[in-house]
Design a protein around this ligand. Structure first.
Ligand SMILES: [Zn+2]
Length: 430
């Protein structure tokens, strides 16, 4: 194993250096596909390119569509002794954030170029370079005839930007892994945890609809009508959510997160039908952030329990309790999403191996911390696969105007991933 380490791995790093132009060219090809989300449903060309590339190096391909126009790909490079050696999943999303008003950009976001050591274009940071690094590493492994004893699996999925949870489908239908690297933006740090997000709709509905002229009967002494405005009742629920949010901020915490990161945001409100009516329906869209050691099922239950108790203290809401709908298939389809949380133990051998290889390639130890946002890594964790978030992208630039990435980070990342695959997939299972 020692000989494998020093001779082969360093040879592979030289291979990346000597082929750097081709690596950058590959990233540029991927960035050239304008598969922005929203609207999504526009990844056929990009995924056909990925499929051709991976088929040409002998990978087997599983391809499916959950939403038409957004194919997903699982590519497998089978190991020679998969029962005895560790398998690895490399996870990437190919969709990119919307561009919006292109006049704010100083160049065409889909005509990538390199200037002063940076590669520019939509997806340069989030996360077509990481996908390019994965594909390129697999090509080098195949062309240099490196034996992998364990299975190597690549996910190229869509729907991450719209919270469609396609990575969970990939984890369920494809071969599992002993470890996974999610290449989403991590500022080139190793992130061994992320908080989760669940969105939900809370709806207050009156069983009857009243004319605006009836209002005095439902609010004044002697009116005698047991009725209410759904908009006014929602105000009580919003207050109740704020109380629970403060209670969470005081009582819950997690290392690596600023106190009070576990927020309940009343993000969107829709209510009433017309000024000539008393509002008979009001719906609130909330975004809930929770810590890595919590799961969305229990967090949703805590909110429901608290809000139903708030409702019980109100004579009308007690009889007409609010309804809840949690998560959803897609922000684009039913206005809902879930990103499960992620927690990976500090001394996981995969994390330690990546730390060591990163240190050797880059020349300094990587920062290990928590992911401040949410990624598909949570879905891999939900499927029971130990996962780290590790990508060369820079969070400040993701989703932004004039997105770019450091070419040096991109090349170094490719080297770390290439050597990690070779070591991890040739490590015996315990
Ligand atoms: Zn991303």
């Amino acid at each position: 194993m020692k000989g494998f380490e020093t001779d082969l791995v360093e040879g592979l790093w030289q291979e990346v250096d000597s082929r750097q132009d081709r690596l950058i060219e590959l990233a540029k090809r991927l960035i050239g596909f304008p598969n922005v989300s929203p609207p999504g449903r526009n990844s056929t060309g990009a995924q056909a390119f990925v499929q051709d590339y991976l088929e040409s190096i002998g990978c087997s391909i599983d391809r499916w569509e959950t939403f038409p126009g957004d194919p997903n790909i699982i590519a497998v490079m089978p190991g020679t002794s998969p029962e005895q050696y560790k398998s690895l999943i490399l996870n990437a999303h190919i969709d990119v954030a919307e561009v919006g008003d292109t006049s704010a950009w100083s160049f065409d976001p889909f005509k990538p170029f390199v200037r002063d050591g940076r590669l520019y274009g939509r997806g340069a940071s989030d996360m077509k370079t990481a996908l390019a690094a994965f594909m390129f590493a697999m090509k080098v492994i195949r062309e240099k005839n490196v034996e992998l004893k364990g299975n190597l699996i690549l996910h190229s999925v869509t729907g991450e930007e719209a919270g469609e949870g396609i990575t969970f489908q990939a984890a369920e239908r494809g071969p599992s892994g002993d470890f996974a690297v999610a290449g989403d933006i991590s500022d080139f740090k190793l992130q061994n945890g992320q908080g989760g997000v669940i969105t939900g709709w809370i709806t207050v509905q009156s069983p009857k609809t009243y004319h605006d002229g009836i209002r005095s009967k439902m609010i004044h002494a002697g009116g005698g009508l047991f009725a209410a405005s759904a908009v006014e009742k929602m105000a009580k629920i919003i207050q109740g959510l704020g109380e629970l949010e403060r209670h969470w901020a005081v009582t819950k915490s997690y290392p690596g997160f600023a106190p009070g990161s576990n927020t309940i945001n009343p993000a969107v409100i829709e209510g009433g039908r017309h000024a000539a009516f008393v509002a008979d329906k009001c719906a609130l869209w909330i975004t809930v952030h929770f810590y890595p050691d919590e799961n969305y099922e229990t967090v949703a239950r805590e909110i429901e329990e608290h809000i139903l108790n708030v409702a019980k203290a109100d004579p009308w809401l007690k009889e007409n309790p609010p309804r809840f709908r949690w998560g959803g298939k897609s922000m684009l389809v039913d206005r809902g999403e879930i990103f499960p949380s992620l927690e990976l133990e500090q001394n996981h051998p995969g994390l330690q191996m990546l730390e060591e290889l990163h240190t050797r390639v880059v020349g300094e130890k990587p920062v290990v911390d928590m992911c401040p946002t949410v990624t598909d890594a949570g879905w891999l964790a939900k499927a029971g696969i130990p996962t780290v978030i590790y990508g060369p992208g820079e969070l400040d630039l993701a989703h932004g105007v004039d997105e770019s990435i450091s070419v040096k980070d991109f090349v170094d990342y490719t080297k770390v991933i290439l050597s990690f695959i070779c070591r991890w997939c040739n490590t015996p299972r315990e």
